[in-house]
Design a protein around this ligand. Structure first.
Ligand code: HEM
Length: 495
């Protein structure tokens, strides 16, 4: 072990150039630094401490083993006001207790119960597609996942209240994660900006000032208006759930949407959670699941457009499942092995999150590195998942079969699109299930054309809402929409 902590090598670029490298064409910038400096390097952004990006297995394995007292999550540089009591900012026991509250909302049984409704929601979106229509896939999927979150979080499938929620959620998400707000966050410091927005929100809520939800002279005005309005709806619902629960606990116990589960839960001291805490967790789940799913879907569709044979094979697998089950069983669809392998392969080569971050509280030994206190260390998801030492000489090829080969398993430090360790994504199974159902249904029923069809060049990536997405979106033209009964033909013949 070295006696004094040291930072790995840094590029010669100015801090501004490094910030631009991360903002525009982040994958190219990662590859350039890897070529010049190796698998682990340090970046320095204006106004921030050192960030160590690593694709070395011994280091990543130790990052995943870090104890909660070794890093400080309150330093998360998110310029969006999700509320300071959110799980992502909490540390140690508070963080573990918060996860214990959220995880029961995503158990296997609850997910299985939700699968059928997820499939119906996807079906309805596909039914609305018109021949020749052009859609931007991440926005199409974003719209579906908003319907899914309205159902999962709020128990709402239709009606005016659901539409009001959906409109507020979408507009708040777009505004809060806009380039303007991210740039302001980067300029004044993401954390400082987030605290400022939260103060504005609390002050306006206290005075009952809902705002008109339109843009104003101040660039943050609309985001604050929309958050105040969204939180007011959530507050009404929380009070409604608690009133129902007081009047008829047995009746309320059947409710399985996340807001109801959380509103009826108690903390480690047996106390119900405060309203602001519940609002913060709800808004946090909304943002955590939205752009991540949209970005993951965007890259997956690029691969499927490039490889029509893979898309066809997914369709055949879905149809075979219908034939085998005698029905379209959404739980079975969400478990199909080839579809799962195809999504894994897309998340491997083109992950929506390029890394995840831990701010070290003290000098820390991680693998062969001894890093100083205050360093932010990031397992580099993108470079790790393209490493030939792990994935073999064809690591850069999109080859779903690698996930199906006998005895092939990739470990938590080798495949990590959902992060890992004590802070791994709590919505991983929900996220995977909804994406598999969406793509199973698209492959079964819809044919698209696009600029990516049968090409082999990936579009450049850019950051949208903290996720990497294809720079100009994924624009598709609808070529064919098959009927909802497609694939049931064999059943009909034998009936
Ligand atoms: C394809 C979709 C998704 C991707 C790629 C993704 C990715 C991630 C990543 C990389 C992290 C950081 C983990 C770490 O620091 O180790 C994370 C955390 C988190 N995700 Fe996801 N996520 C997705 C969907 C969802 C969904 C649908 C939800 C909830 C409905 C969700 C809720 C969360 C929460 C609450 C955390 C914070 C966990 C904590 O700090 O303890 N995610 N996610």
């Amino acid at each position: 072990m070295t006696s004094r902590p040291q930072l790995p090598p840094q590029p010669n670029d100015s801090q501004l150039k490094q910030a631009l490298g991360l903002g525009i064409g982040i994958w190219d910038y990662m590859e350039k630094n890897q070529r010049e400096l190796g698998d682990t390097f340090t970046l320095k952004l204006p106004g921030q401490g050192p960030m160590v990006w690593t694709a070395e297995q011994d280091v990543i394995r130790d990052v995943l083993k870090l104890r909660e007292d070794q890093y400080d999550a309150s330093l998360v540089q998110l310029p969006v006001d999700v509320g300071e009591q959110n799980t992502v900012f909490l540390n140690e026991k508070e963080h573990q207790d918060a996860r214990k509250l959220i995880i029961p909302s995503f158990t296997t049984n609850l997910l299985k119960n939700r699968a059928g409704v997820m499939q119906e929601i996807v079906e309805a979106h596909i039914d609305r597609l018109q021949l020749g229509e052009r859609i931007n896939l991440p926005r199409f999927v974003g719209d579906i996942t908003l319907d899914i979150i309205c159902y999962t979080l709020l128990g709402l499938r239709e009606g005016a209240r659901k539409e009001r929620y959906k409109e507020l959620m979408l507009n708040w998400l777009l505004e809060a994660t806009s380039d303007v707000n991210f740039t302001l966050g980067a300029t004044v410091g993401a954390r400082r900006y987030r605290h400022f927005l939260n103060k504005q929100y609390l002050r306006r809520t206290e005075k009952g000032q809902m705002g008109n939800g339109r843009k104003g002279l101040l660039p943050w005005k609309r985001a604050v208006d929309l958050k105040v309005q969204l939180a007011a709806l959530l507050r009404e619902d929380i009070r409604g759930i608690r009133a129902r629960n007081a009047a008829d606990p047995a009746g309320c116990a059947n409710e399985s949407h996340v807001l109801s589960l959380l509103a009826r839960a108690t903390d480690a001291d047996g106390q119900p959670l405060g309203e602001e805490r519940l609002i913060s967790e709800s808004i946090g789940l909304l943002i955590a699941g939205h752009e991540t799913s949209a970005a993951t879907a965007a890259w997956f569709m690029v691969w499927l457009q490039q490889k029509p044979a893979v898309y066809r094979k997914i369709r055949e697998e879905v149809v075979a499942s219908i034939e085998h089950e005698g029905e379209l069983n959404a739980v079975k669809i969400a478990e199909l092995p080839y579809l799962t392998a195809c999504l894994n392969e897309s998340q491997r080569l083109t992950p929506s999150a390029i890394g995840f971050i831990r701010w070290l509280r003290q000098d820390t030994q991680l693998g062969h590195l001894f890093l100083p206190a205050g360093t932010a260390v990031l397992p580099n998801i993108y470079l790790t998942q393209r490493d030939k030492k792990i994935y073999g000489p064809d690591a850069l090829e999109y080859r779903p079969e690698r996930w199906l080969e006998d005895g092939k398993k990739f470990g938590p430090s080798e495949f990590l699109p959902f992060g890992g360790g004590r802070r791994a994504c709590v919505g991983m199974n929900q996220g995977r299930q909804q994406l598999r159902i969406i793509f199973a249904e698209l492959a079964r029923r819809v044919e698209f054309s696009s600029e990516f069809q049968s090409t082999n060049k990936l579009p450049r990536s850019r950051m949208i809402g903290g996720q990497t997405e294809p720079e100009k979106g994924v624009w598709l033209t609808v070529q064919e929409v098959r009927p909802a009964q497609y694939g049931f033909a064999v059943l009909a013949k034998t009936a």
